[in-house]
Ligand binder design. Sequence first.
Ligand SMILES: Cc1cc2nc3c(=O)[nH]c(=O)nc-3n(C[C@H](O)[C@H](O)[C@H](O)COP(=O)(O)OP(=O)(O)OC[C@H]3O[C@@H](n4cnc5c(N)ncnc54)[C@H](O)[C@@H]3O)c2cc1C
Length: 415
Amino acid sequence: MNAASRTVATAVADVVAGALDRAGEWDHHGVLPPEVPAALAASGILRVDVPVRFGGLGLGPATLGELCARIGGACSALRGWVTVQSMVTAAVVRWGTDTQRARWLPGLLDGTRQAGFAATEEGAGTDLAAVRTRIRADGDEVRVTGRKLWVTFGGTAGLLLVLGTAAGRPTAVLVESDRPGIGREPVTGQLGMRAAALAHVEFDDVRVPRENVIAPYGFGLSHVAATALDHGRFTVAWGCVGMARRSLDLATAHVVRRDRGATPLAAHQLVRAGLARMAVRTQAATELCLRAARLRAAKDPEAVAATIMAKYAAAAAASEVGGRAVQLLGAAGCAPGSAAGRMFRDAKVMEIIEGSEHIAELHIAERLLRGQGFRSAPAAPDRPPAAPDGVPTVPDGAPRDPAPRPSRAWEESIR
Ligand SMILES: Cc1cc2nc3c(=O)[nH]c(=O)nc-3n(C[C@H](O)[C@H](O)[C@H](O)COP(=O)(O)OP(=O)(O)OC[C@H]3O[C@@H](n4cnc5c(N)ncnc54)[C@H](O)[C@@H]3O)c2cc1C
């Protein structure tokens, strides 16, 4: 770690120390006190992997990953805040014009502009190519109409990256949430991520300037949302590593302390076998996350697939290790306010969001089979085959690397 990384890590450690004590209370009340994400933003974490020329610290993916693990081990909702904020940042960094970057990045990077990523709809979760939210050009504006579900921090976000279609072409647009026509319906009592201010968000003919459209019409899913989701998957993967580590720590401490009569739990071989499996799962997930971080830092074309594999393994590890921890804690793991119980609930959510476990398995297997020359039946002409979260794929089975940039003419046209 260099000096800049250490400075951020120290500031993040302070926030994490507070979160370790209070995350249960936040989960119970379904609220993250605003000063907590503000303190996290002040640590500089939102700048960690953003290039210096865009106002970031340029410290790279491995540093960001390890910090997300530390936060995830304390509070998944708080890690989720870093995730959505940096998903939208990544999309603007990669696909925004200079003007758009100058306008949006300062607030995203210092955390004063809280972001949300609004893609899921009633008929479009895994398959985001099916979104029906309409984005209609109207002079210098576009008008957005649709209903988005399950938006993490949708209840408090000031800026939403919305995926819709413009004349049938997937399109992404930034919508400030104080514009007329926006309604938010808080989601409460869900399985996990209870402090993450989830909301369903309605857009009723919401007008935004045309310059809020990120990348040209048609690039919204394969480029803008793909970049955001790829980044989100990486931070979720590391958050899951943190959850698995914490669950293992809680279980280990418990079996040493828990003394039922003459024999402590830790003396039982079955208990030890469980701990060993938990430790191996956690370490294996960490190694896959480190591999993804290395490939991302090297801008290797394998990085997207490595991130999918890392997130798949880490979410499964958090879920299995979390489940075993609750088992070893017994009723203490089921009690209200149990950190192990919260980790277990949150871990299940991680196997559903940012590319579900099924879709990751399909993607990993598809690449293996293609390596052997096997080709799946061609997709229906109007629906490309789906990778995680419906990102259309290229022939090698990886989500399309958003290599081509929108034309200079586009960039000029929206200035
Ligand atoms: C806590 C939480 C936070 C969320 N935050 C956000 C957010 O910030 N922004 C946002 O846009 N969305 C968000 N979501 C929504 C989330 O991204 C979706 O729930 C997820 O993409 C799955 O979509 P779905 O729920 O519609 O399930 P479906 O797409 O109906 O899938 C249900 C099940 O079927 C499986 N399945 C689907 N298709 C296939 C297939 N082809 N082959 C095999 N199995 C398949 C899936 O793996 C899944 O297990 C959030 C959800 C939760 C629970």
